[in-house]
Design a protein around this ligand. Structure first.
Ligand code: TXA
Ligand code: MG
Length: 357
């Protein structure tokens, strides 16, 4: 049976961390908080435990995991030929929501990397994760959701997905960002974005003083032909409720934009659909007279707030009983790229353009 421990996110009980550390070294799989989303972790060198992760999540074996470290030294245990640029990345972004690819050390089981010769690595900025890894050493972990569901950002999501599947759940309240880490391939030149995430791409470009290539699949619009990031070929972040993303080239006049979204909503209502709209604080009232469920993600002035609430609202939609939801779009800049990537994927590429349609 799954044991659940609640800890203070900023100052976790050392006895509990110690017990979790011993358990993970003995082959347990543990749900632990990171600053992005909850992860389901195994000791990176325990092949049996790593296999248990794939079973617990119903995750395809060829979708590789991220290795979480707490100190730079650990990088050299799991990777070889670490390029110079990693020092700049570590200094500026770690601990934090940026994952990079490195050449895999043979010590890391092939199950962790899905058989690839690269390994994804990051240092999470969460005291609970850092203390646990300090004690145990590197932890391989995907997000702690059942495969295909939105990543868990609250203990409630974790319990729904992982109770009875994980050995231990470390509950430390809500995660800080609510979307996963940004993944870049720094082994290619220019570096390539594999998954937009909590760290805005512009910030990375500024620090590296380098352009980062953004393939279309990283924006969410098209599945990758080649398995650049193997996980990208699987359906992701999918709520059961069908979504329609209402995209625009310009959201500056967001109330005028929302009026166009409202027209789409009215059309669907006229066709007898029981719909919901996912809006922002600036636009929510526009839909009130439609008498439908309105979900509010947060303010357009703070896209980090929108991102933080996104996965929770996608899960809520599934419990709301509506046939489908129309979701407002956001400008594809900064964290907005991440929001749109998750929305487009969650919709299965059902995107309407309010400027042309
Ligand atoms: O914020 C996060 O990144 C969270 C927390 C728990 O750290 N983790 C997370 O893991 O989102 P997961 O497994 O849900 O996503 C990991 C992604 C997958 O899409 C996988 O394909 C990609 O990382 N990945 C891992 N190793 C890779 C590699 N060697 N080459 C390319 N992509 C890789
Ligand atoms: Mg995931």
């Amino acid at each position: 049976l799954t044991k659940v421990h609640s800890v203070d996110p900023l100052n976790p009980d050392e006895d509990i961390i110690d017990r979790c550390c011993k358990a993970i070294l003995n082959g347990a799989i543990i749900v632990f908080p990171t600053e992005t989303v909850y992860g389901l972790g195994a000791y990176v060198y325990n092949v049996e435990a790593v296999r248990k992760i794939f079973i617990a999540k119903s995750r395809p074996m060829d979708n590789p995991l991220i290795v979480h470290i707490s100190k730079i030294d650990q990088l050299y245990e799991i990777a070889i030929d670490v390029p110079e640029i990693v020092n700049i990345i570590a200094e500026n972004f770690w601990p934090g929501p940026l994952t990079i690819l490195l050449r895999k050390n043979r010590s890391v089981p092939k199950e962790v990397s899905g058989g690839l010769d690269t390994v994804a690595v990051r240092m999470p900025a969460h005291p609970v994760a850092l203390k646990l890894i300090d004690c145990s050493g590197p932890i391989a972990a995907p997000s702690a959701n059942i495969s295909g569901r939105p990543s868990p950002t609250s203990p409630y999501h974790v319990l729904v997905d992982m109770f009875g599947r994980a050995d231990i759940i470390l509950d430390a309240g809500e995660t800080f960002f609510g979307v996963e880490s940004t993944i870049i391939d720094i082994l290619s030149d220019p570096p390539k974005l594999l998954r937009p995430g909590a760290m805005p791409i512009e910030k990375i470009e500024e620090v590296l003083n380098k352009r980062i290539e953004i393939p279309v699949f990283a924006l969410g619009y098209k599945e990758s032909e080649k398995a650049l990031a193997p996980g990208m070929k699987y359906k992701h972040y999918a709520p059961k409720t069908p979504l329609i993303i209402a995209k625009s080239r310009d959201y500056t006049d967001c109330r005028r934009y929302a009026e166009k979204v409202k027209k789409i909503a009215m059309d669907l209502i006229a066709r007898g659909r029981n719909i919901a709209v996912v809006a922002s604080t600036e636009t929510a009232d526009i839909y009130i007279d439609l008498n439908i469920k309105i979900f509010v993600l947060g303010s357009r002035k703070n896209l980090f707030e929108i991102a933080k609430n996104l996965f929770g609202v996608l899960r809520e939609l599934d419990r709301s009983g509506v046939d489908m939801a129309i979701v407002e779009g956001y400008p594809e800049k900064g964290i907005g790229i991440t929001i749109m990537n998750r929305l487009i994927k969650a919709s299965g590429y059902r995107v309407v353009d309010v400027d042309t349609d």
